[in-house]
Design a protein around this ligand. Structure first.
Ligand code: FE2
Length: 312
């Protein structure tokens, strides 16, 4: 049986991709950002997922304003990086997992979530930047990817509650797939940011941190946040944060937060990152394995050290 073992939340700031592609990762401004993902890359290398489901939004790369599906599931065998105006990013073509993707489409659609099935799609920074942050810059991506594109660019985006419930349906779909596969699910975008208008550059660290706290401890509270609150508190583009709720919905109600990183700014955006693990069987009975406990304590300590350096 396939199983979702963990969720990753990560901003997908395009300037992070540009910094990587233009060799700026050692510059102090960018080093502050990239250093926050070093432990995450190690975590991912240890975790070795068989498949990654990446929830992201397309930024008018694959879908123009002429046609914007609310939820679009990539079922193709491969997904080339999109040309976002400067040529495609120099990252490997992403291999898909058509069999699992088709299974998810069937299960979720029959569960009354009407996804759009996409059999040909290019993917933009919304997907490729988090891949770099968690997997580094390999010649080939180490696992296949199933992209799930969510409309958060044109009103009305889906509600946080709808996203959370879709996450639950995705989990059910994955767990009914017969092959033994370790699956990690990403929620990307955000955190607070606004890229145009009189409030351009808006960052609300207090809101972001509260969102991250609740993502771990009380995600249902987040599902009740209306669109207008995201807009008001987190900026027009802060609505991207609803995508993190798909990731969270696909996990257990109680999870272990094994890592968190937050820094501002990157470009004009707050960068947030979290890794949540489903508890293993022994842990779900209230007894966490000692090794897991000490590992979490160590990663939390490191995360706070890095985060406090990066915050202002
Ligand atoms: Fe975005």
């Amino acid at each position: 049986m396939a199983k979702i073992i963990a969720g990753v939340g990560s901003s997908h700031v395009p300037a992070i991709g540009a910094a990587l592609d233009n060799g700026k990762t050692e510059e102090p401004y960018w080093k502050r950002v990239f250093s926050g993902f070093e432990k995450s890359k190690q975590w991912m290398a240890n975790t070795k997922p068989d498949v990654a489901i990446v929830v992201y939004n397309d930024h008018a790369s694959a879908f123009s304003v002429e046609m914007i599906p609310t939820f679009a599931l990539g079922c193709a065998a491969e997904f080339p990086p999109a040309d976002e105006g400067w040529g495609p990013r120099p990252v490997p073509v992403l291999k898909g997992h058509p069999a699992l993707a088709a299974h998810i489409a069937q299960s979720v659609i029959l569960d009354e979530f009407d996804l759009t099935v996409v059999n040909k799609m290019e993917v933009d920074h919304g997907l490729t930047v988090p891949m770099n942050l968690l997997f580094g810059t390999p010649k080939e991506w180490p696992c296949p990817v199933i992209p799930l594109a969510v409309n958060v660019v044109m009103y009305p985006p889906p509600t946080g509650h709808r996203c959370y419930m879709l996450g639950k349906a995705i989990r059910k779909a994955v767990e009914s797939y017969p092959e033994d596969l370790k699956v990690v699910i990403f929620g990307t975008g955000g955190l607070s940011h606004q890229i145009s208008g009189p409030r351009a550059g808006l960052i609300n660290s207090k809101w972001d941190k509260s969102f991250l706290d609740n993502l771990t401890k009380d995600p249902k509270k987040l599902t009740r946040i209306p669109h207008l609150d995201y807009m008001r508190e987190a900026g027009a583009e802060g609505i991207e944060m609803v995508m993190w709720l798909i990731m969270r919905g696909a996990l257990d109600d109680k999870v272990d937060e094994v890592y968190r990183f937050y820094t501002v700014p990157a470009s004009n955006t707050a960068v947030g990152h979290i890794i949540l693990e489903n508890r293993r069987k022994a842990a779900s009975k209230g007894k966490r394995a000692p090794a897991a406990k000490s590992r979490q304590a160590a990663t939390r300590k490191a995360a706070h050290r890095i985060a406090s350096k990066g915050q202002r």
